[in-house]
Write a protein that binds this ligand. Sequence first.
Ligand code: MTE
Ligand code: HPA
Ligand code: MOS
Length: 754
Amino acid sequence: MKNIDSNGHVTGRSIYLDDIPVQQGTLFALPYDAPSAHAHIKKLDVSKAAAVPGVVRILTYADVTGENQIGGIIPDEPLFAGKEIHFWGMPVALIIATSEDIAIQARKLITIELEELPVITDPREARAKGELIIPPRTFRLGDPGKVWTECAHVFEGRADTNGQEHLYIETQGAYAYPTEHGSIRISSSTQGPTAVQRTIARVLGVAMHKVEVDVTRLGGGFGGKEDQASAWAALVALAAYVLKKPVKLAMHRMDDMRMTGKRHPYSSDFKIGLSKDLKILAYEATFHQNAGAAADLSPAVMERTLFHATNSYFVPNVEVTAYCCRTHLPPNTAFRGFGGPQGMFVIESAIAKAAQALGVLPREIQQRNLLKEGSTFSYGQIADRVLADQAWEHADKSFKFDALQKEVDAFNTKSTSHVKGMAIMPICFGISFTNTPMNHARALVHVYQDGSVGVSTGGVEMGQGLNTKMVQVAAEVFSIDPSRVKLESTNTTRVANTSPSAASATADLNGKALEIGCTAILERIKEKASRMLNAKPEAITIVNEQVLNNGKVTDLDWKKLIHACHWDRVNLSESGHYATPEIHFDKTKEKGHPFAYHVYGTAAVLVTVDRLRGTYVVDAVKLVHDFGKRMNTAVDIGQIEGGLVQGLGWMTMEEIVYNDKGKLLSNALSTYKVPDIHSVPKEITIEALPTDGHPLAIRRSKAVGEPPLMYGIGVYFAIQNAVKAANPNYALRFDAPFTPEKVLMGLYGQMERR
Ligand code: MTE
Ligand code: HPA
Ligand code: MOS
């Protein structure tokens, strides 16, 4: 089925926050943010700004009617800076004016006197100074300490990954207006409507039922709006509440880039031990997560790093420890993969280092250590329905790794201007919120008396095709034409207490809830049909809108049946609730069964590097992916392509730079390079691993949102292999992104680890 949003998107008719018709009297908000990463505020002077004609009010922490606090996991994040500034870009005041332009003019007139304090931007420094947001956590299996001496080879090293700007096309924003009884209705570009509702209730000091959050769709979230949409929504809601007027904020790109957190940079140490026949016997890693100035989602992100520290491999002895380090960067947050990619990069680095030293191809080590059925993950879950070998073997058979490598080698002996490299990237990603209690969802279904269907779920459409899949679920359960089904906006008054749309689990959780709701209605209408047809309810089926009795066509169809149900006062509305079965996790032991299932895949990546310039192109990414029993091919292929390109952007060109004062230098699209049409691999081949899917996946179609990002990690290693081929003196370096500048340095001369 075609994506129900595609026509709207390409014709510009889809409605985003900034497209909502503006009500009469709407005011415009603009945050004034801290021009320092760590300081005491000695004096804030807004008087000149407040005097600008058209400025209605300037709010600060003193105007908060409830709690000046937005921290979700830990209450450590003030909405407005009070006496102290914790990061460059922290909101200090909110200007409310009759137009955006006036607010921008007024912002320039605000002055602030600061007493500067020491700034930490490096997570290792934070750890050394004891600046940890939560105590470190360790996942353990076996005991690496006991087996190092048994290992034929042991290698140690360091691996760093930088952050990543979400760069959702639609920036953060919210539009609030006061309604009756001291309530607020707000449209927010958020992945977490309930998080926004809860945060606003706390900041305003009102009950949650006074706050209605509505979301039509997002122009991308990528994790950046899982938690971080709440601040802007709370600011706007506060202004609307205090001023009793509609208030709107659609962030400017540079404001958004400066004020919001990003993917967490990590600085990690690893130690890997192998047997003579290249079995990984032991693996240790220490992860320093750069959390930024407040917890935000960092503790959860850190947890997923530990879960995915051994990627798609079985390692019998594992000890991985992660530190959640408080620095003075904007609080870093969820980003596609949620800490998993950072963990996987480190073990891939360890394997690359071992392979280089042992003179073997990394893929020899990779393949020999793939997870097997019944393997234990370091967190205690027993791997079942494992597809690691199948994905690898299918990819090897389809793409012929040896032949590809031969082509690369042959090219490299001939060309003096370019050099090619290849890498294989297997992935294994766990599906479920790592925080077990978050794995639930609800849906509300109305069958209207004319046979059309309205569906609300707790899930948010952010470009990932959720709504299309939800239409399919309802249409398939009822066996009616998808055109009869309409997806409503996501609204906290229709579906309450939602988890954010995240963890790639949105379609599974909300789709299962929707199935439950639709099935309950279906049972009732079949019962009515059985009465009308003098048949047993079990004998009734509905197929393609026809009511069948014992498989035989009757003269009753969907429309007639629904009409009859309505007149017979049959309840045609239902809500479904779903909570993932089987999952559990005990944090005191760091053991359990946190994931409903895992998603597997294997990619072969081929790149060509320009020996003179250090620039590169990705020639091909050929991959085999475990979609399960795919319910929407076009949507899922879109997720693979987008995830892959986003992943290779992180690995190669997206370079976030803060100076040592904590100021973001890569603060615009002129200084922050994201993949464009030219950076897309020249060839992307996607093959589906033939399986019958997983029962805990929606209609057996596995989650697909985040896993493909991690194929992008292969691009780093493919470039590295090209550089190695060109320069025998090149010392391996695991320090993403591998920008053309670093490639050029690698091509010439011996690189020292920094
Ligand atoms: N695809 C698009 N087009 N836009 C997005 O914002 N977010 C990604 C992924 N794919 C995103 C996307 C992230 S971070 C997640 S967790 C999943 O989609 C969320 O949606 P799902 O749970 O329905 O897969
Ligand atoms: N993914 C995304 N968001 C989350 C998760 C997760 O695993 N756990 C808690 N919030
Ligand atoms: Mo995705 S990082 O779980 O929003």
